[in-house]
Design a protein around this ligand. Structure first.
Ligand SMILES: [Ca+2]
Ligand SMILES: [Ca+2]
Ligand SMILES: [Ca+2]
Length: 873
């Protein structure tokens, strides 16, 4: 799948580079500077993500296997924050002959162009800034050459500036000044990251040190980097003074009024003589069942020589280890920057405690026993999900996770852009005036992810996921007390009601309120100001709980204590989407069915909204489809390829066209299927059948799950017609054995690929359930192995606190400022950095692309976990 040819080409290239690089940095075929232990990347990744400064771009250094330096670029702030302006890369020229890379950088807002040229000079690189026109007046003293160092890899290490000795601080405690707001360079779309409390001044950090020669981490050869500059002063800052996700910053201000080569740095990352990266032995930290296949994947430095054998050691009741198995290590081959080998110890079936020994590397222990997967969903359902219940006080033992958030409710969003990738269109599409209170929305719903908004689309998925889990697996588990009346949740306190019903109820309460109060679904209920969007702490303190009253001054509270002049209230973004309403209609029908007999009144409200929205959405969709029919073009088919992230080569243009047309008119297949499940009206099944075979012909991997979801509703003929597609799907499953060493789909996007892996895992489980002769039970372990530790970079389980000897320790949850986790969270996983680096930080939680968990993703994990347990029990 992930085109073998490309991988082979990569391997050929890196080998070539490996032989010719001995001591000095060389520009390799992948267009970065390399010597053993040091990679210097120059805008292999540019600042083009959805959220401005994602701390993933510019000049980057991967130092002894860890990406510890990034953000090298012309920047407009001492310590740039996420929403400060980033430069656009206008050109990138690689000069192989002279060993240099030049990038053109531009700030449109200031009509400011610069060039950064990075040239290999022995063991160092020279970074030079060139200007054809002087720095614009407005940016004099603000524009500079910056580069950023990862705090968790540099704190507590020693450094010197011009020989003066010091230590990098564990926590941000340097000094700051304030300056007038009008001196602050513009932020993303004109938003402001800070609440200046009426002072009209922003905070500007002062440098920790300044001088001409900086040596970072002089006590740690792995991290030691020297930077020197003759023509500019180097200033060292602590970015955490402004934002917890800030890095240490080294910066030189560009001189005013000058052109040509204006700043020159020499940067030399130390390389440890003879260093070879420690092997990463991937295995399931949760353990293995005795009868299943057990194959560890060993990730090896390309300069490493593979060992011939590895051992499985067993720990006896007396605590002593003895050899249980010794077997050969077989090469799988290269995949991006490393080589991979496998160690198969499937023959060991005796229950017990084991660890793997490969050369000098010894893993932590794991269990082989029948019950190892029994508890894999408990932390997610008992802890992570209830903590993400919005509009409730959530307590656990002695600890309050959060108070009741957003007591003042939600205001109608005015036409506006937004910072979390959505917007309000030109009209409100409702009866409410901009900034008018929409009553009744501060109830139910789940926090989106590491932030606190209610993404309606995600919450619809969440309710579906819970209903699906309830109807397929009937979990009666009751570990959570939920009182809607008290608006109170208490973890580990059973209350006589299965938790999953209470979660369905909680999701439905918010969504039905949206439909009733607004008339259709809001796209999202989210923050109105950026300065409380990046909130870290108790959700109840994001807003002041008082209704916003523009007749009061900011921070002023009315005499009755109910209103304030602080514009912190959340907004409802209400642009109407018939597709979203259509999906909501299906979800309401499903929820209504599940809630019957538990909360009949809510079940009835959900059913009423389902019918109304369905009728209105169907009408609107066919109207819009007609309008669209006239100016349709090929671009509109692109949605097909994004489905489930599982891309197969598409064929047959006619089928694609028909599929697209049907979807526009009839609604998507999954929704039709859900509507049939809820109403048993045959027309929805017909709508589904009109599309499914074309869809499977176009993309069997992308639509197999939807096809399998239909099996319980359809007859034998359907199952028979589906068989050849399942055979094709089995080929797709096996294709991953060749595509990568881990046997699962690996995606290379800006958000690591756990959703694709979970989709894959769920589909494989159901394919096995309905077609066990085609998709064997053994295939269902692929996803579990990946999630629980058998993956690149490190071997920690991606699921927080779950049954594993070594789960990941930090996640991008709303407690990320504490370098902690919320149990049961599932990390996105391995973030790919171009051109060849996978990464998952376990000491730095702040990169959402690798460490955030979402409400839709984590409830998807509950389905995977339930289905998987069902398959393997
Ligand atoms: Ca969000
Ligand atoms: Ca309960
Ligand atoms: Ca308020």
């Amino acid at each position: 799948m992930t085109n073998k040819r490309f991988i082979t080409a990569l391997f050929g290239a890196t080998c070539l580079a490996a032989t010719c690089m001995a001591q000095n940095l060389q520009l390799n075929e992948l267009e970065y500077f390399e010597r053993q232990g040091v990679n210097v990347l120059v805008f292999s990744n540019s600042f083009n993500g959805g959220f401005n400064d994602e701390k993933n771009s510019g000049i980057e250094i991967i130092h002894h296997g860890v990406r510890t330096v990034q953000g090298g670029a012309i920047r407009l702030n001492n310590t740039p924050e996420q929403w400060d302006l980033v430069p656009t890369m206008t050109s990138r020229k690689v000069d192989k002959e002279n060993g240099s890379i030049e990038v053109g950088l531009r700030y449109n807002d200031y009509d400011f162009d610069s060039r950064v040229v990075v040239t290999a000079k022995g063991k160092a690189v020279e970074i030079a800034v060139w200007l054809d026109k002087p720095v614009p007046k407005a940016l004099e003293g603000e524009a500079g050459l910056n580069i950023e160092f990862l705090p968790s890899q540099y704190w507590l290490k020693t450094f010197t500036m011009d020989g003066r000795l010091s230590r990098l601080p564990r926590y941000a405690t340097s000094q700051t000044i304030t300056r007038p707001n009008n001196e602050k360079p513009r932020q993303f779309k004109g938003f402001k990251t800070y609440d200046d409390r009426g002072t009209n001044r922003f905070i500007d950090p002062l440098p920790i040190e300044q001088g001409h020669t900086l040596r970072m981490a002089t006590d740690t050869p792995e991290r030691l980097i020297s930077i020197s500059s003759q023509d500019a002063e180097l200033k060292l800052y602590d970015g955490r003074m402004l934002a917890q996700n800030g890095w240490f910053v080294v910066r030189s201000i560009l001189p005013a009024g000058k052109t040509g080569k204006v700043v020159t740095w020499t940067v030399e990352p130390n390389a440890i003589e003879g260093w070879i990266r420690q092997p990463n032995i991937g295995f399931s930290q949760v353990g293995y069942q005795p009868a299943q296949a057990k194959v560890a994947v060993i990730e090896l430095d390309k300069a490493d020589t593979p060992k011939a054998t590895a051992r499985l050691m067993r720990i006896g009741d007396d605590g002593k280890a003895s050899e249980a198995f010794s077997g050969k290590v077989s090469m799988w081959g290269p995949y991006f920057k490393y080589n991979y080998a496998k160690f198969d110890f499937s023959s060991v079936k005796e229950p017990g405690i084991y660890y793997i020994e490969y050369g000098d590397t010894r893993t932590n222990n794991f269990i082989i026993n029948d019950n190892v997967y029994d508890k894999i969903t408990d932390a997610t359902t008992d802890v992570w999900i209830p903590i993400h219940m919005n509009h409730m006080y959530v307590n656990e033992g002695y600890r309050a996770w959060h108070g009741e958030p957003f007591k003042e409710g939600y205001l109608q969003a005015p036409p506006s852009d937004h910072f979390d990738l959505h917007s309000q269109g030109p009209t409100t599409d409702t009866k409410y005036k901009p900034l008018e209170l929409i009553p009744g929305l501060n109830i139910g719903g789940f926090f989106d992810a590491g932030d606190f908004d209610i993404e309606t689309g995600s919450n619809i998925n969440v309710v579906h996921n819970f209903v699906k889990t309830w109807e397929l697996f009937h979990p009666e588990r009751d570990e959570t007390f939920v009182s809607q009346k008290q608006r109170y949740v208490d973890l580990h306190r059973p209350d006589g009601t299965p938790d999953i019903l209470q979660f369905i109820e909680h999701g439905t309460l918010n969504l039905v309120a949206q439909a009733e109060q607004i008339g259709h679904m809001a796209s999202t209920l989210s923050n109105s100001v950026l300065d409380n969007y990046h909130h870290l702490g108790d959700a109840a303190s994001i807003t002041d709980g008082l209704h916003y009253d523009p007749s009061l001054k900011p921070y002023e509270v009315s005499s009755d204590g109910k209103r304030s002049g602080t514009p912190d209230d959340m907004w409802a973004f209400t642009t109407r989407s018939p597709q979203l309403d259509f999906r909501a209609a299906a979800m309401f029908a499903a929820a209504s069915r599940a809630l019957q007999g538990y909360n009949d009144q809510l079940a009835q409200r959900a059913l009423t909204q389902s019918k109304r929205l369905l009728e209105e959405a169907t009408q609107l969709m066919s109207q819009r489809a007609k309008q669209r029919a006239n100016n349709m073009n090929a671009d509109e088919y692109s949605w097909l390829d994004g489905t489930n992230n599982q891309q197969m080569p598409t064929n047959n243009r006619k089928q694609r066209e028909r599929l697209n047309k049907n979807r526009q008119q009839l609604g998507d297949m999954a929704t039709n299927l859900q509507l049939y499940g809820a109403t048993h009206e045959k027309k929805y099944l017909d709508n589904f059948e009109k599309q499914i075979w074309d869809a499977l012909d176009v993309n069997v991997a992308g639509y197999m799950q939807t096809a399998l979801d239909a099996v319980p509703h359809m007859g034998e003929a359907y199952q028979k017609r589906l068989r050849p597609y399942v055979l094709k799907y089995q080929e797709y499953i096996e294709s991953f054995d060749k595509a990568n060493p881990y046997g699962v789909p690996i995606t290379l996007g800006n958000w690591a690929g756990v959703n694709a892996v979970l989709n894959f895992g769920i589909t494989v489980c159901f394919a096995h359930q309905y077609f066990p002769d085609i998709v064997k039970k053994e295939e269902t372990y692929r996803t579990a192995n990946w999630l629980f530790g058998c993956h690149p970079y490190h071997n920690y389980s991606f699921v927080a606190a779950v049954g594993a000897a070594r789960p990941k320790a930090v996640f991008y949850g709303n407690n990320r400022a504490d370098f902690s986790f919320i149990p049961g969270n599932v990390a996105p996983g391995l973030l790919f950095r171009r051109p060849d680096h996978f990464e998952n930080f376990d000491d730095w939680p702040f990169l959402w692309g690798q460490n955030e968990g979402t409400i839709a993703g984590n409830t998807q994990y509950v389905i995977f976990g339930s289905a998987f347990k069902n398959c393997v029990k």
